[in-house]
Design a binder for this molecule. Structure first.
Ligand code: SAM
Length: 254
């Protein structure tokens, strides 16, 4: 009976591979792997009984949703053929990896056992490197394009994390990302809530144990000048939220 395990290999090459992810990769009949840096891919290829790359399905200019559909079909076809399948993605496999969620839901609907194992996400690295605590003021987390398209209004008393700023507004796959004009649109929108001088951080976690994270702090208005590449954008709160005295009194907190 086919079985599906989706794992995350973390962000920092091999250092973030959890013991349970490594075991799932080793024991699977078939491992399918997504984007990743070469050392992790090399480890997977050497340790898996059989490994296949999903990234070959990307094509320059091809709608990313079509690629994700094709990935889901490949993954599910191996599960349906009765194999113990492990799929690995960078970071946490449940964070901004639509195909991971979709395959697990479909496999379960079809009666197969399917599970997800957590991994170290880019946001986990950001918390550690920038030294912020998402619980301190609360943390809003959005995919950057979705943030604009749905017109979310950020709560400026809470932290804001925007993912995929390096490919904002692009529905098709491109190795040559950096849509500067789209970053300018994002900047304009954020300026209406935070002001042009609010400091923001374009953050890239280290991919290797020997390298350091890239932490670029800039006033919002200068954001379009930077190469955002793989970056995640961190927008600190503009001010602290007010404490509600009525609740303080009702909770009996001095
Ligand atoms: C498709 S999402 C994958 C997220 C991944 N599953 C995770 O848990 O971090 C890709 C986005 O993750 C973030 N990301 C991936 N690698 C990163 C890195 N090394 N540093 C900062 N952000 C990164 C960026 O926002 C990037 O656009």
């Amino acid at each position: 009976m086919g079985l599906l395990t989706v794992v995350g290999t973390g962000i920092k090459s091999l250092a973030h591979m959890t013991t349970e992810a490594a075991a799932a990769i080793r024991h699977a009949d078939k491992v399918l792997y997504g984007a990743g840096e070469p050392l992790t891919i090399d480890w997977i290829v050497r340790n898996a009984k059989s490994a296949e790359c999903l990234d070959v399905l990307y094509e320059e200019g091809k709608d990313r949703m079509l690629t994700y559909n094709a990935m889901a079909e490949v993954i599910l076809s191996y599960v349906r053929s009765g194999l113990k399948v492990c799929v690995s993605f960078e970071g946490h496999p449940g964070i901004f990896v639509d195909v991971a969620h979709r395959c697990i839901r479909t496999a379960r609907t079809e009666g197969y056992q399917a599970r997800m194992l957590p991994g170290v996400s880019a946001q986990d690295c950001l918390v550690a490197d920038i030294l912020i605590d998402p619980a301190e003021y609360g943390c809003q987390s959005f995919e950057a394009t979705d943030f604009l398209l749905r017109g979310y209004k950020p709560d400026v008393t809470s932290m804001l994390v925007l993912w995929q700023v390096g490919c904002i507004g692009l529905s098709t796959f491109s190795r040559n990302r950096q849509p500067k004009k789209n970053v300018r649109i994002l900047t304009e929108v954020l300026e209406t809530s935070y002001g042009a001088d609010h400091p923001v951080i374009a953050y890239q976690a280290a991919l290797f144990s020997v390298s350091s994270p890239t932490i670029v702090e800039t006033p919002l208005r200068r954001l379009p000048e930077y190469d955002l590449g793989l970056a995640t954008l961190y927008v600190p709160p503009l001010r602290e939220g007010l404490v509600n005295r009525e609740y303080l009194a009702r909770f009996g907190i001095a």
